[in-house]
Design a protein. Structure first.
Length: 674
């Protein structure tokens, strides 16, 4: 039953138990009564991000569950799962034994370890007490009013709040009105209806407009939807809280409508008022999305603040973008908003949304930009579609988008944009293994950045040229480019990029047989990552130190560094690097002559590559695994697994494809195959 006080009781229990769970008390609103309840995966992601806000989480719910349970394993955390839809939604969220969980739901279901408690309406005496605590003038009529409210907490609170605020309204008159309303409609609707009727016309309008919020909101959000000044909005919110039509949580300074209140308020909203409120809501939350991006770009504590803002307002941001998409054909404002939403949160959305979700937003935005004949925005969306396809492991598709973006940049005379998309094309061809072609694009991009005086971008292209030459097996040439890139990053004070270039220099020195110099550069890079709080960079530099110790002939020391890098990748939810360092652990154990361990790690790395759709690393790990099977004398299994690598190389036109085909043919010849 709704309105019976489940959430209020759960909050009170959580407050009493908080001292027993020092590692945190976490509220997750599961939206069980909404048309689209939160999935278990979304709920797990919300919990993990409280502890690791910069983590790029896996798309697989099974893998996310592993991270979720691993995170909570040694912690004492109290979870409050409010408004659950079903057993299927809650069961994956049940925490380890060190934690506790409180679940509220209108639906009854059982789960292992959970003790169900059915809530009923309040006993008559408690109902009377609640009424009198809020409005003592009810006096001897509390019994009749409690019975008329069905002893339902939400109806009792509404009635008492009205009588506390409206001194001019007699208790007997209120009882008469409520009885008349109950003769027409159900109890809760009657309770809200009577409160609504007693509001001023302006407060009725304002309360109804709040129904456009899908979840909680702050005063600034309400001010934007109402299109009024903050002082007036604060006064109206205060009035609605007094009438118990809006709930306020002072701990987080946010408001919310009970879902029953939201439904009733929405039913009273006129079509023109709804359209106005939704448009103002969408405009406000694109600004919130942009604010989260700007904070994120500043790095450090501001980066975390930007992500926290995004996570806090995600339901509203999502609703704003959805409104723009739904109204794309009908409203001019929706067209502009639809085109603007992906750009407003570009860096944060890259971290928080799966590439497939980004593609959906971007394709709609692209259609909107075409409709507006906004070639610059059209170009931007094409470039970002290329980035999303690259992240999905689809470099050929990425190239198609980059080429379209490049053509528009040339058409509109944007030299900076032209250089960026030439660089993106270089990255895509590098991922395909077409390194000479990648270098051509990087050199064109570098020439443009030199001409327009963009030092930061110049440094990026120099670094990319270094990685391309390193992949070609020309480490000395790579070092020349890395050193130029490093000088620029120092000149402009970009510590993060400085660390990246130091790491790349370390890798290059390792490749020319200078492990001592390599280790020196990696330690410098590691120090910078620790200084700026870059956990991802820290993990990369630890892993690179492992690579250097392999070259130095110290695989056991390399394993120590790989294990530290792996721990960080798991901590921040970086599945790509997790698979990478597991694969390197396999290689280190192969060098040590421990094939069983090598195979074990390669199999894990291969599984992760398949799960996240990383075709490149799927090919690398399948080849390495095949080599170990070959050493063990299992030629048939070796050839089968190595075929995966060959198929991928042929598909993307990798230059190693034909030599690997010949290797595989020779291997099968040993089995008597043709």
């Amino acid at each position: 039953m709704g309105g019976i006080g489940k959430t209020a009781l759960a909050y009170a229990m959580a407050e009493k138990l908080a001292g027993c769970y020092p590692d945190g008390q976490v509220l997750v609103e599961l939206r069980g009564t909404s048309p689209e309840p939160m999935t278990a995966g979304e709920a797990m992601a919300n919990v993990v991000r409280i502890y690791y806000p910069v983590a790029k989480l896996p798309d697989s719910e099974a893998e996310l569950a592993r991270i979720y349970h691993s995170l909570l394993h040694d912690l004492r955390v109290l979870l409050l799962l409010d408004n659950a839809a079903s057993r299927e939604q809650v069961e994956p969220l049940l925490p380890p034994l060190s934690c506790a969980v409180i679940v509220t739901s209108r639906n009854r279901f059982s789960l292992p370890g959970l003790k169900p408690t059915d809530l009923d309406v309040l006993p008559l005496e408690d109902a009377k007490k609640l009424l009198l605590e809020i409005a003592d003038r009810i006096g001897g009529q509390a019994d009749e009013l409690a019975r008329l409210c069905g002893c339902l907490p939400i109806a009792l609170r509404n009635a008492a709040s009205v009588l506390a605020e409206r001194k001019d309204l007699g208790v007997a008159e209120y009882l008469e009105r409520l009885q008349e309303a109950r003769n027409r409609v159900e109890l809760v609707e009657a309770s809200f209806g009577l409160s609504y009727d007693l509001l001023s016309p302006e407060l009725r309008r304002l309360w109804s407009m709040l129904s456009v919020f899908p979840a909680g909101f702050d005063r600034v959000g309400a001010t934007a939807v109402w299109a009024m000044d903050q002082d007036s909005a604060a006064g109206s919110l205060s009035d609605l809280v007094k009438w118990s039509l809006v709930e306020f949580d002072p701990a987080i300074e946010r408001y919310r409508l009970h879902d029953l209140a939201r439904d009733y308020a929405a039913s009273r909203l006129q079509a023109d008022e709804k359209a106005e409120a939704e448009e103002q809501h969408a405009e406000h939350y694109i600004n919130m999305l942009s604010s989260s991006k700007e904070l994120y770009k500043q790095g450090g504590e501001n980066l975390l603040a930007g992500l926290a803002l995004f996570d806090r307002e995600w339901s509203n941001i999502q609703a704003g973008q959805s409104w723009a998409e739904r109204n794309l054909q009908d409203k001019t404002a929706a067209v502009s908003l639809c085109s603007s939403y992906p750009e407003a949160g570009i860096y944060v959305l890259d971290l928080r949304l799966h590439p497939k979700e980004r593609i959906c937003w971007l394709q709609t935005a692209l259609a909107a930009a075409k409709g507006e004949k906004d070639r610059r925005r059209e170009r931007n969306h094409l470039g970002n579609l290329g980035n999303a396809c690259k992240d999905l492991g689809e470099p050929r598709k990425a190239i198609e988008y980059y080429e379209q973006a490049l053509a528009i940049s040339k058409e509109i005379g944007d030299r900076g944009g032209e250089g960026n998309h030439l660089g993106n094309l270089g990255n895509a061809y590098k991922n395909l293994g077409e390194l000479r072609k990648a270098i051509e694009y990087y050199e064109q991009a570098l020439a443009i950045s030199n001409k327009i005086g963009d030092r930061r971008t110049e440094g990026n292209h120099l670094g990319n040229l270094g990685t391309a030459y390193a992949a070609l097996g020309e480490p000395r040439k790579a070092i020349e480019y890395y050193e130029q890139a490093l000088a620029i990053s120092k000149e402009i004070g970009d510590r993060r990029t400085e660390g990246n270039h130091l790491g790349n220099l370390g890798n290059a020195y390792a490749n020319i047989g200078g492990p001592g110099k390599a280790i020196e550069h990696h330690h410098q890079a590691l120090s910078i990552s620790k200084e700026i709080g870059d956990r991802r960079g820290e993990g990369n530099h630890l892993g690179n130190l492992g690579n250097a110790y392999v070259v130095l002939g110290e695989p056991r020391k390399a394993i120590e560094y790989y294990e530290q890098a792996l721990a960080i990748a798991r901590e921040i939810g970086d599945r790509g690097n997790e698979g990478h360092w597991i694969g390197n652990l396999g290689a280190a154990y192969a060098v040590l002559g421990e094939p069983r361990k090598a195979i074990e790690y390669y199999e894990q790395a291969l599984a992760i590559a398949r799960e996240i759709g990383d075709r490149r690393n799927e090919g690398i790990n399948s080849w390495n695994l095949g080599l170990e099977y070959e050493k063990a004398g299992d030629i048939e299994q070796a050839s089968d697994i190595m075929q995966l690598c060959v198929d991928f190389e042929r598909e993307i036109g990798h230059p190693n494809a034909e030599s690997d085909v010949r290797y595989l043919e020779n291997l099968r010849a040993r089995l008597g195959e043709k």
